[in-house]
Design a protein around this ligand. Sequence first.
Ligand SMILES: [Zn+2]
Length: 342
Amino acid sequence: MTKEKFGEKITFMPDATRGAVRFLTSNQLKETGTKNVVVNTLHLLISPGPDKIEELGGIHEFMNWHEGYMLSDSGGFQVFSLLHSKEWEGKIDRDGATFKSPREGKIYTLTPESSIEIQMKLGTDILVALDDCRDAQIERKEAEESVHRTLEWAQRALAHFEKLGGRKQGKLISCVVQGANYLDLREYCAKELSKMNFDGYNFGGYVVNDKGKLVLEEMKVVIQNTPKGKFKYAMGVGKPQDIIEAAKLGYTVFDTVLVTRNARHGTLYSFDKEDYMLRIKNARYSSDLAPIDSSCDCEACKNHSRAYIHHMIRIGEATGMTLATIHNLMFYQRLVEKLNRV
Ligand SMILES: [Zn+2]
């Protein structure tokens, strides 16, 4: 298999959080045209654990996924949001986070070094340096603190990545630009990170404002102040329209849990709709014999009607969720294919 350079073309990566895209087999995932996927470091750290995955030959082997690249996040976003919201017990300091897993009560630490170590053991191709992410709306002082810590951690993560031989093994490492909605902080963070030898620059923090609009100005500043020729990853973006907007700015790497989560809850995507949205649970689809999308040839659209999917999702049938997930992923892969043709 010849892989294209990661991020050269626009790519959408579904979240295979725990080593699977929910409700799909690896084979079904392949049929949606998906190449690259994201796995979640925190979830895999807790179960089955990085040592186990390493022992089993790494996450590519474990999941039997050889279509493209696998990217692991740093685990920071989940840990920090769980700790900030007090859902999980633990503390965050200059070194990283220490937390207790509610499932088995085990104590874990996540530092810039340990996050890289876990990702190396998982055997992913693209790693992310741990960053200090905070809540959506924060005061300037807190945003400054998050930027300083993010820069310090980025350096530590990069040094550890080199030490463990990540570069020699052909792996890539990206960093996260913080700064909340303060444009000068975003600029400063982007410029400082650009002095370090990262392969990609990720837009971190919250990507939509309190009105649900994409934070385009902040995203633009990050593009303008990071090196050309390195991939730009808009983490967690997003809705089809948001991907179109962010791609115009120069972002080429996308992932969002929305696509698959929405599928399971009956929000489907269709090029037949002006806003691309089709809420399949709506009563009007109960006798609709048309496919979800007349231009789609996924398993759901080729073989089943809107009425059938409507019924399956309404009763919470797993088969319906599988079909809806296949369709939504295929929609996103078709969307980025269209964007790559422009
Ligand atoms: Zn379809």
